[in-house]
Design a binder for this molecule. Structure first.
Ligand code: SF4
Length: 352
């Protein structure tokens, strides 16, 4: 059965045309699926019985609830979803292993952010990231991405969505953009795109498309300004050099509401000395952006990697700020439940 949840207005219009349904049915479907959030075709009571019966022959509203929720002492919650291989955009695999993906709810005083996954595992292989170490198991559909948002009890409290969970959003571009269309269109949730941030290691052609086709914020995983060193921790540097990416980013206007952030995980003795700070300033000078430092979480991946010392992080941050680059230190959230940055991976005892 195909999943109705996650389809855009134009996809639903096409479906209605194919099935000979009245034209206005597509808008009614959007209303039920996204504004009212129903999970049964039978609950769509303003559709005729005939339309509902035909829909049920082909479609379902696939809205699975999370199978587990861990709560951190800081209030962060990590939800676990089974990977269902439920549609044609999902890659099929010939093994019987059940995989899971994770979603992290981060409550703060003035906002409530949800960090969503777009893939199960990741192909990018960043050495400091537990998701990268897990390998790649498939890409999520738009419905599976959106369901992470719609199915949690905190849905109505959410103020921001960040595509920074498992996977590389630019490697699942169509599904990510389809989910953003549902979040931001008047027939969907009608959110401002400025409530959404999408991250990337910097897949240049897709970042360009994203900048041309959306107004959401962009966060680039930078982590080392020295190409020869960056490639050692981020293999994608070979195909998409950071200098070329920054040249592309300089062609766009960042002076208005759209925000550009560079994520920088501080790893002791790897990317955290003064020479790195100087190179980083040279790379980003004149670009309207901010740098977000992230303390490396020791349990993330490579046992040789350690978190930078707090004083080193402080010096790095203040050097950048003095050089005119706004630099913040991201508060670590949910570390005790392995929900912090770089820690998302399969949950022990859950995988078959
Ligand atoms: Fe993939 Fe992001 Fe982890 Fe790199 S940091 S391996 S892109 S999930």
């Amino acid at each position: 059965m195909l999943n109705l949840f996650g389809l855009t207005l134009s996809q639903l219009q096409e479906l209605c045309l194919e099935q000979g349904f009245p034209k206005f049915t597509a808008r009614q479907l959007c209303d039920w699926l996204y504004a009212k959030g129903v999970s049964e075709i039978d609950a769509m009571t303003n559709l005729s019985l005939k339309v509902r019966a035909r829909l049920k022959e082909i479609y379902v509203v696939n809205r699975p609830t999370p199978v587990n929720c861990q709560v951190s002492k800081d209030g962060t919650k990590k939800y676990l979803f089974p990977y269902q291989l439920d549609n044609s955009t999902t890659q099929q695999f010939n093994n019987s292993t059940v995989h899971y993906f994770e979603t992290v709810f981060i409550p703060e005083e003035d906002r409530a952010t949800l960090c969503v996954s777009c893939q199960v595992g990741c192909k990018m292989g960043c050495r400091f990231c537990a998701t990268g170490a897990q390998g790649f198991h498939g890409s999520l559909s738009a419905g599976e991405i959106l369901n992470q948002i719609f199915s949690i009890p905190e849905f109505s409290k959410l103020t921001n969505i960040v595509y920074m969970g498992m996977g590389e959003p630019m490697d699942n571009y169509d599904a990510v953009m389809q989910s953003i269309a549902v979040l931001t269109s008047d027939w969907g949730l009608g959110w401002s795109p400025h409530r959404i941030t999408v991250s990337s290691v910097g897949v240049i052609p897709m970042v360009k498309r994203f900048l041309d086709e959306s107004e959401c914020h962009l966060a680039i995983s930078l982590h080392n300004p020295v190409p020869a060193e960056r490639v050692a921790i981020m293999p994608m540097q070979r195909a998409y050099p950071i200098s070329e990416l920054v040249s592309l980013l300089r062609r766009y206007d960042w002076s208005h509401q759209r925000r550009l952030t560079f994520e920088y995980t501080m790893i002791r003795g790897v990317n955290d000395d003064e020479a790195h700070a100087v190179k980083l300033v040279q790379l980003l000078k004149g670009l309207n952006c901010r740098v977000n430092l992230i303390r490396y979480h020791d349990s993330a991946t490579d046992p040789n990697f350690k978190a930078s010392q707090p004083l080193t992080i402080q010096r790095f941050q203040s050097f950048l700020n003095k050089q005119g680059i706004t630099c913040t230190l991201r508060t670590s959230r949910g570390e005790d439940i392995m929900a912090a940055c770089g820690l998302l991976a399969k949950v022990k005892g859950r995988d078959a």
